[in-house]
Design a protein. Structure first.
Length: 94
């Protein structure tokens, strides 16, 4: 075997190894891309926090029904209208 034969076989082996490395690299990249795609489609177990509900019709310290009742007050009511409102307030426990 001459030096030229050894050099030629070394070149052949070098090219074969480069092709194997490229094929393995392509397979790894395809596998990582596939796994990443599946993970993006997988539903998350974390639930997002719901947006807080801001109620502007509530009177501080009272529930929704009492707040609604207090928001109906009109200072020009007659005595009978006030007595109806007072009875509603007592019935609701406000």
């Amino acid at each position: 075997m001459s030096i030229e034969d050894v050099a030629e076989k070394a070149d052949v082996w070098s090219e074969a190894i480069k092709k194997i490395i490229k094929a393995v690299t392509a397979a790894v990249v395809a596998l990582v891309a596939g796994i990443s795609g599946l993970m993006m489609l997988w539903p998350s177990s974390e639930k997002p926090d719901p947006a807080p509900v801001v109620r502007t019709d509530l009177v501080p310290g009272y529930g929704p029904q009492c707040s609604q009742l207090y928001n109906t007050i009109d200072h020009t009511w007659t005595e009978s209208q006030w007595s109806v409102w007072e009875s509603l307030r007592k019935d609701l426990g406000c």
